[in-house]
Design a protein around this ligand. Structure first.
Ligand code: NDP
Ligand code: HSE
Length: 443
């Protein structure tokens, strides 16, 4: 039997994920070597501050602030630092100096993915990124490999653990957004700047990665429509619960027909949405993620599990490490990204979905008819209306105070028609306030 030399592994970052990757790599070195057919030697871990506290037991002598020298001496570089620079520069250095690369950095891939994949292809190296979407959940390989022979139509996913954790806590009647975010940060789920989580940037980066893989088209992150959860109130969450829904931050990637040209295109969007409590995504609690994939031949598939967390994410990173290391041992080509379809990226106005609109209205005769006519003038079909009197004291008064709440559910309508309807409702003399507009998915 051929004895292979040890492969030299460099880890960039020893935070929530990096410290766990290093600790597991050291702890399971013998077992991993058996799976790979060569030893995996952790030669160093690049950090900014040698004395910062670590969440796992890692030998201090492995820490270094000289990332470049570490990279130049490595066969495989694992980037778990986060951020765009110097992560981009380091990965480029690693690839051009002959190393394979593993990253968990979705911000980097969604921004500089195409140039990094091009370098990897040019030099015949591998660039793996299973941990960049869905934490521990295997979703990149299934889309890239297992479903490569099928035609994906739609992806509906909860892809940010922090926001799912926050919305879940709000749904259970407990914390405010700020309180739940503090706990999510403490548990290592949130990004270094948690604005990335709550404003939907992190989910948009993941949506760009998923849509690119699923539709064989380079989808840039600025082609993803993005809305975060900072506008979601406890009242909305409670109202959703009363009407049989939960609020989730969703990533929706779809193959669509462009209403302008009739040609195929793709759309990717991230926003809070109402999901019926009977839908499997409604049962995704805490920092878990789930990705629903609808494909032509395979039908519906659901991938579920821990979407964030240091040790959970380390599992996906180490899976990539074993794949990359095996190729070092047995040889073979690098992994090429497929963007052959090159479909146009359609704007949010091309999307059709259902909506739930909550209005505070005057409680007097004829109001419902006036509101119904606004919907019909904009070609938006109403499916259901629920009315509740919110201020019985207003009954019999001058009729100009908001005395009732209307919750209106629509059939499918385009974003453009819905936006025009909401603008007209806001201007209507019988509407005191548009309280909320939420898309409804999963019906
Ligand atoms: P942390 O902020 O916890 O850790 C970042 C680490 O990188 C720290 O050890 C830091 O060093 C080091 N670092 C940062 N900048 C530099 C630099 N310029 N030079 C050398 N070292 C540097 O991040 P996470 O572990 O949470 O996340 C890492 C990556 O994994 C990110 O891309 C994130 O999006 C992704 N990810 C995270 C998940 C999670 O649940 N946390 C899940 C999936 C992906 P020091 O400690 O000295 O400051
Ligand atoms: N901050 C991210 C999340 C980490 O909460 O989902 C996992 O990518």
């Amino acid at each position: 039997m051929i004895e292979y030399r040890n492969l030299r592994i460099a880890v960039l970052g020893a935070g929530s994920v990096g410290a766990q990757v290093a600790a597991l790599l050291l702890q399971h070195a013998d077992e991993l070597a058996g799976r790979v057919g060569a030893g995996l030697e952790l030669v160093g871990i690049a950090v900014r501050d040698l004395d910062a506290p670590r969440t796992a037991d890692i030998p201090r002598e492995l820490l270094t602030t000289d990332a470049r020298s570490l990279i130049l001496g490595a066969d495989i570089v694992i980037e778990v630092m986060g951020g765009l620079e110097p992560a981009r520069e380091y990965l480029e250095l690693a690839l051009t100096s002959g190393a394979d690369v593993i990253t968990a950095n979705k911000a980097l891939l969604a921004t500089h993915g195409p140039e990094l994949f091009a370098i990897a292809e040019q030099v015949g190296a591998q660039l793996y990124y299973e941990a960049a979407v869905g934490g521990a959940i295997p979703i990149i390989r299934p889309l890239r490999d297992s479903l490569a022979g099928d035609r994906v139509h739609r992806i509906l996913g909860i892809v940010n653990g922090t926001t799912n954790y926050i919305l879940d806590r709000m749904d259970q009647g407990g914390d405010s957004l700020e309180q739940a975010l503090a706990v999510a940060t403490e548990l290592g789920y949130a990004e270094a700047d948690p604005t990335a989580d709550i404003e939907g940037f992190d989910a948009a980066q993941k949506a760009a990665i998923l849509a690119s893989l699923a539709f064989h088209t380079a989808v840039p992150v600025d082609g993803v429509h993005r809305e975060g959860i900072t506008g979601v109130t406890r009242e909305q969450v409670a109202a959703a619960q009363r009407s049989g829904f939960v609020v989730k931050l969703l990533a929706v990637c779809e193959r669509l027909v462009d209403p302008e040209t009739g040609a195929d295109g793709v759309s990717a969007r991230v926003h809070p949405a109402l999901i019926p409590t009977t839908h499997p995504l409604a049962a995704v609690h805490g920092a878990n993620n789930a990705v629903f994939v609808e494909a032509e031949a395979a039908g519906s598939l659901m991938f579920y599990g821990a979407g964030a967390g240091g040790v959970q994410t380390a599992s996906a990173v180490l899976g990539d490490l074993v794949s990359a290391a095996r190729r070092h041992v047995v040889g073979g080509p690098g992994v090429a990204e497929s963007t052959h379809a090159d479909l146009p990226i359609l704007p949010i106005t091309s999307v059709t979905t259902r909506y739930q609109i909550t209005l505070s209205v005057l409680d007097r005769p004829g109001v419902l008819a006036q509101i119904a006519s606004v919907f019909s003038e904009h070609d938006v079909s109403v499916e259901a209306v629920q009315q509740s009197v919110v201020d019985p004291a207003a009954d019999g008064q001058d009729g100009n105070a908001p005395g009732a709440t209307l919750v209106i559910g629509t059939h499918r309508a385009t974003e453009a028609a819905l936006a025009a309807t909401v603008a007209a409702l806001a201007d209507s003399p019988v509407v005191a306030r548009v309280d909320s507009v939420l898309r409804v998915e999963g019906l």
